[in-house]
Design a protein around this ligand. Structure first.
Ligand code: DGP
Length: 115
């Protein structure tokens, strides 16, 4: 945990967020600047700065993040209509928060490709 990391503070309950799911490995909460009707961030409870920093040890966490993304999509009612998962890694991808997170986005027709 890093006290200077906003997502660590949210996970610890020290900063406010609309939490939609939490277990021993991951947390999921609504993005503060949603780009679609559903926009949830799935994050590891452990502080990992970016996908480029993960190791073999993090395999269970990474698997859980995908399973929770599916669960969130079902909870939010977009599992059938469709949704997109995004991981921004580093400056060229516009990563702003350096705590690994999976964007779960849906609820309307999404454009693709982008960039
Ligand atoms: P990224 O570019 O992938 O690092 O996106 C970071 C996302 O995190 C961005 O969509 C906005 C969101 N975000 C930033 N600060 C906060 C916060 O304090 N609370 C919540 N819920 N979301 C945040």
């Amino acid at each position: 945990m890093s006290s200077s990391c906003i997502f660590c503070r949210i996970i610890q309950g020290e900063a406010p967020a609309q939490m939609v799911y939490q277990d021993e490995l991951v947390s999921a909460f609504r993005d503060i600047r949603p780009v679609a009707p559903v926009h949830v961030l799935v994050v590891p409870n452990k502080h990992i700065a970016a996908l480029s920093e993960v190791t073999e040890e993090d395999q269970a966490i990474l698997g859980r993040m995908l399973l929770v993304a599916r669960r969130v999509a079902e909870q939010e009612g977009i599992a059938q209509s469709g949704f997109r998962l995004i991981v921004n890694n580093g400056p060229d991808a516009n990563q702003i928060v350096y705590h690994l997170h999976l964007h779960v986005i849906g609820g309307h027709r999404l454009r693709f490709p982008m960039g």
